[in-house]
Design a protein around this ligand. Structure first.
Ligand code: SF4
Ligand code: SF4
Length: 94
Protein backbone atom coordinates (compact mmCIF):
# COMPACT_ATOMS: atom_id res chain seq x y z
CA UNK A 1 0.00 0.00 0.00
CA UNK A 2 0.94 3.63 0.19
CA UNK A 3 -2.17 5.60 0.87
CA UNK A 4 -5.27 3.89 2.17
CA UNK A 5 -9.00 4.51 1.78
CA UNK A 6 -10.85 3.35 4.86
CA UNK A 7 -14.45 2.37 5.54
CA UNK A 8 -15.60 5.95 6.12
CA UNK A 9 -15.56 6.41 2.33
CA UNK A 10 -18.96 7.59 1.12
CA UNK A 11 -18.35 6.60 -2.51
CA UNK A 12 -18.67 10.17 -3.72
CA UNK A 13 -16.15 9.73 -6.54
CA UNK A 14 -14.25 12.96 -5.93
CA UNK A 15 -10.87 11.23 -5.72
CA UNK A 16 -10.83 8.91 -8.67
CA UNK A 17 -10.26 11.37 -11.50
CA UNK A 18 -7.64 13.24 -9.48
CA UNK A 19 -5.25 10.30 -9.43
CA UNK A 20 -2.45 10.81 -11.99
CA UNK A 21 -1.66 7.10 -12.21
CA UNK A 22 -5.15 5.58 -12.12
CA UNK A 23 -4.47 3.76 -8.86
CA UNK A 24 -8.01 4.20 -7.52
CA UNK A 25 -11.00 2.01 -8.31
CA UNK A 26 -14.60 2.35 -7.18
CA UNK A 27 -16.60 0.05 -4.96
CA UNK A 28 -17.63 -2.18 -7.87
CA UNK A 29 -13.99 -3.01 -8.54
CA UNK A 30 -12.78 -3.18 -4.93
CA UNK A 31 -10.68 -6.37 -4.81
CA UNK A 32 -11.61 -6.87 -1.14
CA UNK A 33 -15.34 -6.83 -1.99
CA UNK A 34 -15.83 -3.92 0.40
CA UNK A 35 -18.36 -1.24 -0.49
CA UNK A 36 -15.81 1.58 -0.64
CA UNK A 37 -13.25 2.95 -3.08
CA UNK A 38 -9.81 1.31 -3.11
CA UNK A 39 -6.20 2.30 -3.82
CA UNK A 40 -3.89 -0.17 -5.49
CA UNK A 41 -0.68 0.15 -3.52
CA UNK A 42 1.44 -1.18 -6.36
CA UNK A 43 0.28 1.71 -8.55
CA UNK A 44 0.04 4.63 -6.11
CA UNK A 45 3.08 6.93 -6.22
CA UNK A 46 1.78 9.20 -3.43
CA UNK A 47 1.58 11.87 -6.15
CA UNK A 48 5.36 12.28 -6.14
CA UNK A 49 6.33 14.35 -9.22
CA UNK A 50 2.66 15.19 -9.79
CA UNK A 51 1.38 17.21 -6.83
CA UNK A 52 2.62 18.71 -3.55
CA UNK A 53 0.49 16.25 -1.60
CA UNK A 54 -1.72 13.27 -2.43
CA UNK A 55 -4.40 14.67 -4.72
CA UNK A 56 -6.96 12.07 -3.69
CA UNK A 57 -6.77 13.18 -0.07
CA UNK A 58 -7.02 16.84 -1.04
CA UNK A 59 -10.18 16.14 -3.02
CA UNK A 60 -11.83 13.86 -0.46
CA UNK A 61 -14.62 15.55 1.52
CA UNK A 62 -14.61 12.92 4.27
CA UNK A 63 -12.26 13.81 7.11
CA UNK A 64 -9.75 11.08 7.87
CA UNK A 65 -10.94 8.85 5.05
CA UNK A 66 -7.60 8.66 3.22
CA UNK A 67 -4.54 7.99 5.37
CA UNK A 68 -0.90 7.09 5.02
CA UNK A 69 -0.14 3.40 4.93
CA UNK A 70 2.96 1.23 4.72
CA UNK A 71 4.95 1.64 1.51
CA UNK A 72 4.68 -1.96 0.34
CA UNK A 73 4.95 -2.29 -3.42
CA UNK A 74 4.42 1.39 -4.11
CA UNK A 75 6.62 2.40 -7.05
CA UNK A 76 7.37 5.77 -5.43
CA UNK A 77 6.78 7.30 -2.02
CA UNK A 78 7.35 10.41 0.07
CA UNK A 79 10.54 10.29 2.10
CA UNK A 80 9.32 12.89 4.59
CA UNK A 81 6.55 10.65 5.92
CA UNK A 82 7.67 8.80 9.03
CA UNK A 83 7.19 5.13 9.83
CA UNK A 84 5.06 6.24 12.75
CA UNK A 85 2.72 8.19 10.47
CA UNK A 86 2.43 5.15 8.22
CA UNK A 87 1.99 2.58 10.95
CA UNK A 88 -0.55 4.74 12.77
CA UNK A 89 -2.52 5.36 9.56
CA UNK A 90 -2.19 9.09 10.14
CA UNK A 91 -4.48 11.47 8.31
CA UNK A 92 -2.99 12.97 5.16
CA UNK A 93 -5.17 16.06 5.36
CA UNK A 94 -6.38 17.24 8.77
S1 SF4 B 1 -1.80 9.51 -3.50
FE1 SF4 B 1 -1.84 10.23 -5.64
S2 SF4 B 1 -1.08 8.46 -6.78
FE2 SF4 B 1 -1.77 7.68 -4.81
S3 SF4 B 1 -3.89 7.09 -5.07
FE3 SF4 B 1 -3.90 9.19 -4.30
S4 SF4 B 1 -4.00 10.46 -6.16
FE4 SF4 B 1 -3.34 8.39 -6.79
S1 SF4 C 1 -13.21 11.21 -2.30
FE1 SF4 C 1 -13.11 10.14 -0.31
S2 SF4 C 1 -15.24 9.66 0.21
FE2 SF4 C 1 -15.18 10.19 -1.98
S3 SF4 C 1 -14.92 8.21 -3.02
FE3 SF4 C 1 -12.88 9.03 -2.71
S4 SF4 C 1 -12.17 8.17 -0.76
FE4 SF4 C 1 -14.39 7.89 -0.88
Amino acid sequence: MSVLINDTCINCGACIDECPVEAIVDEDDNPDDEDVYYVYGDKCVECVSHHDEPACATACPTEGCITWDVIGDSPSHRDDITDEQRNDKANIVD
